[in-house]
Write a protein that binds this ligand. Structure first.
Ligand SMILES: *Cc1c(COP(=O)(O)O)cnc(C)c1O
Length: 449
């Protein structure tokens, strides 16, 4: 197909309906069309170079166009691109199951693949629900958190709690019990993340679990990322694990955003010594190369689905590309790179640099809150930072600041007025400093209407 830059820009606006994008506004603006990547850099069709400071939506780990990952992909490609895993198997998918079981908490011994984070949650929800049925003790309700984000399919939206994204569909969703968002609850009641806030939330959960039989508690690991980087009080996840054990309910931990090093450890669960009944993985699993997700679970769940064929106890769920050979091959190479390049060890000092430099934002105008967990950070802009008064939604303040960053060579995508930093784990100190400098400058230069 023949094209030049102008036709690309035209067709992009004419035919391409972009996700999470107001297309009327998109059509009026000049947008980025990327052509290639190298390490932490992306290049657009006009030849401009950007640091990918959001890891191409939180999934890139070792940089773009990495020779080791490319090589894994190409060598698998020369064998076969895809074979079905519905009742048959393939080499990279098998090797990856073993690897995933080895690196995740000890309770997790079974791997169910899918393609995107939302599906990995959808699968955990269905498995948990089905588990109780197979045990002859059906249950119906899930417990979730306000401000939760687990993806955009209907099941994942049902356990979500972000008003703007989710509540349009409320008549289509199943009923859940929602606890407050831990961060917002702590801030409102105590002005900071603290043990008292944590204890309050855990007693609310305890009350629910004493009152009702719950299918599962579903929550993100350590931080509600899509809600604008809202961390949990330390020990909250562990507390939830203890209660779900005590009251015989299941725990689904969504590590789609936090998994693969983002919080400083391979998985956040390690930091609180939590072994969940389900762990959902996506985003970083292929190092940002191909869509792949996984739902890990325990022997106990798995065994509830075993029976003679005629009993029809098995899990009737699968996607065409489940366990895709290419995606699994690159995922395996991604995990090998963590070991080979000591990615997590090298990340530690970078987390400290980020943390030190984030402190500078408290003195920047409009910055009302700065939040960090490991290598994930959110910087929230307010119209009035003292009173925590938000800018009107229609002003698109976060996006305007991000656009200024683009002009200065840093690619960002905010969450509302929260400027998100989710840099590839391999980024170097000098580049971290550039990202911070550019973001600070861009906020300083910003003039509200
Ligand atoms: C991004 C995300 C999802 C959804 O993943 P997709 O691949 O976009 O479907 C689910 N949970 C969390 C915590 C996420 O950050």
């Amino acid at each position: 197909m023949n094209w030049d830059k102008e036709t690309l820009k035209k067709w992009d606006k004419e035919y391409f309906w972009h996700p999470f994008t107001q297309m009327k506004v998109y059509a009026e603006e000049d947008n980025l069309i990327f052509e290639r990547g190298e390490g932490v850099y992306l290049y657009d069709i006009d030849g401009n170079k950007y640091i990918d400071a959001i890891s191409s939506l939180w999934c890139n780990v070792h940089g773009h166009n990495h020779p080791y990952l490319n090589n894994a992909l190409v060598s698998q490609l020369c064998k076969v691109a895809h074979t079905t895993t519905l009742g048959s198997s393939n080499i990279p998918a098998i090797l990856l199951t073993k690897k995933l079981v080895d690196i995740t908490p000890p309770s997790l011994t079974k791997v169910f693949y899918s393609e995107d984070g939302a599906e990995s949650v959808e699968i955990a929800i269905k498995l948990a629900y089905h588990y109780w049925k197979n045990k002859g003790k059906p249950r119906k309700k899930f417990v979730t958190l306000s401000e939760a984000y687990h993806g955009d399919t209907i099941g994942a939206v049902s356990v979500g709690g972000i008003e703007t994204f989710h509540f349009t569909y409320k008549d289509l969703l199943f009923d859940v019990i929602r606890l407050p968002s831990p961060y917002l609850y702590c801030m409102e009641n105590y002005g900071k993340l603290c043990d008292r806030g944590k204890e309050d939330l855990l007693s609310m959960l305890k009350e629910i679990l004493e009152r009702e039989e719950i299918v599962a508690v579903v929550l993100e690991a350590g931080i509600q990322a899509a809600a604008g980087m809202l961390p949990f009080p330390k020990g909250f996840l562990k507390g939830v694990r203890e209660l779900t054990k005590k009251y015989d309910t299941l725990l689904i931990v969504d590590e789609v955003a936090t998994g693969f090093g983002r919080t400083g450890t391979m998985f956040y669960c390690e930091q609180e010594d939590v072994s969940p009944d389900f762990m959902c993985l996506g985003k970083g699993i292929t190092g940002g190369y191909l869509p792949l997700a996984a739902t890990l679970t325990t022997d106990e769940i798995f065994e509830a689905f075993l029976g003679e064929f005629g009993e029809a106890k098995h899990f009737y769920h699968g996607h065409t590309y489940t366990g895709n050979n290419l995606a699994c091959a690159v995922a395996l190479a991604n995990i090998e790179l963590f070991e080979k390049e000591e990615t997590l060890k090298k990340l530690k000092p970078k987390i400290e640099i980020l943390s030190e430099r984030l402190d500078e934002f408290f003195y920047v105008k409009y910055v009302g809150d700065v939040r960090q967990l490991g290598f994930m950070a959110g910087i929230e802009l307010y119209k009035d930072k003292e009173k925590k008064e938000k800018f009107p939604y229609g002003w698109r303040v976060g996006f305007k600041v991000a656009r200024k960053c683009w002009e200065k060579g840093v690619f960002l995508r905010p969450l509302g007025d929260v400027m998100v930093l989710m840099m590839p784990l391999v980024i170097e100190e000098e580049e971290i400093n550039k990202v911070i400098d550019v973001l600070k400058e861009s906020i300083n230069e910003f003039e509200p209407q």
